[in-house]
Design a protein around this ligand. Structure first.
Ligand code: G1P
Length: 297
């Protein structure tokens, strides 16, 4: 039996969403809809489907609406119940009961490593998962579950999701060095945050899913600021590797979208619309005509 129910999932959601401005001026990017559902709900569904029932959102000022989305909304629920809108009522209440939610504020924007460190007290001395909401992964077996499978089978110190990216994109990611153990699992021997193409040890990029040992916090508390003047999770993982701990990479199966980027956000909407029973055939039929009549930029 899986021990995922002992884990906490940490979801850093304190970023300002600069790549999606001005849309994200007053709305947290995590709540922008992918078709008809906020992007972050897909992530929560992935966590729950992976067997983890406890989620810590790392938020910041102006991001309260994220918590509201996963809280009950008595007035709206009463209104929908009164109008016998059972279907809508189910959609409104579903997110509130999926998991146990905890919110922790990140008081200063000091980077992903700092955001993860904010969860230390809640996570305690147990392994935990980190999921970055910009990375939406549609997979037959939930991506986080694929990482947990590797973790439970091989008992490493941590597991990171990996994807091969074009050379032109390596400077956007944490990039690993390592050796493949089989077609899905890599032993990671080094990791560097956003290297120039010339310095990248491979084209295997870390995508936002991590299963980590609690001593990651120990390193996060001690590493100096890294790329962009921020406390980088990647630098703490590099320290773990240097101290002789085994980190594995999981070349997950699934389609990943970067919803923090305008083009990736559009792609994700089309992808999920094509999976939507009421929209798929309409969209497929309409698209060629829309493209034909499309205005010039
Ligand atoms: C973060 C991590 C980076 C990782 C990426 C995946 O970067 O720091 O190592 O490859 O997420 O999406 P960010 O995109 O937040 O700058």
């Amino acid at each position: 039996m899986s021990d995922a129910h002992l884990f906490t999932a940490v979801v850093p959601a304190a970023g300002i969403g600069s790549r999606l401005l001005p849309a994200t001026k007053a709305i947290p990017k995590e709540l922008l809809p992918i078709v008809d559902t906020p992007a972050i709900q897909y992530l929560v569904e992935e966590i729950v489907a992976s067997g983890i029932p406890r989620i810590v959102f790392i938020t910041a000022k102006g991001k309260e609406a994220i918590i509201d989305h996963f809280d009950s909304a008595p007035d709206l629920e009463a209104l929908l119940a009164g109008r016998h809108k059972t279907d809508l009522l189910g959609k409104v209440t579903a997110p509130t009961t999926m998991a146990q939610y905890i919110a922790v504020r990140q008081d200063r924007p000091l980077g992903l490593g700092h955001a993860v460190l904010m969860a230390k007290k809640v996570v305690g001395d147990a392994p935990f998962a980190v999921l970055l909401p910009d990375d939406l992964i549609d997979a037959r077996r939930p991506a986080l579950r694929q990482l947990l499978d590797v973790y439970e089978e091989r008992h490493p110190h941590g597991v990171l999701a990996l994807m091969e990216v074009p050379e032109a994109d390596v400077s956007k990611y944490g990039i690993v060095a390592g050796r493949l153990l089989d077609d899905r699992v890599m032993e990671i021997t080094g990791i560097i945050e956003k290297p120039a193409a010339a310095d990248a040890p491979s084209r295997f990029a870390v995508i936002g899913r991590y299963v980590l040992h609690p001593d990651t916090f120990w390193h996060l508390e001690r590493i100096p600021r890294g790329a962009g003047g921020e406390i980088q999770l990647t630098d703490a993982l590099a320290e773990l590797i240097r101290s002789g701990k085994t980190l594995l990479g999981c070349l997950f199966e699934g389609r990943r979208h970067d919803t923090g980027d305008v083009f990736g956000y559009l792609q994700a909407n089309i992808h999920y619309a094509m999976k939507h029973p009421k929209l798929a055939s309409k969209l497929r039929a309409a698209l060629p005509g829309w493209l034909e009549d499309a205005p010039e930029p």
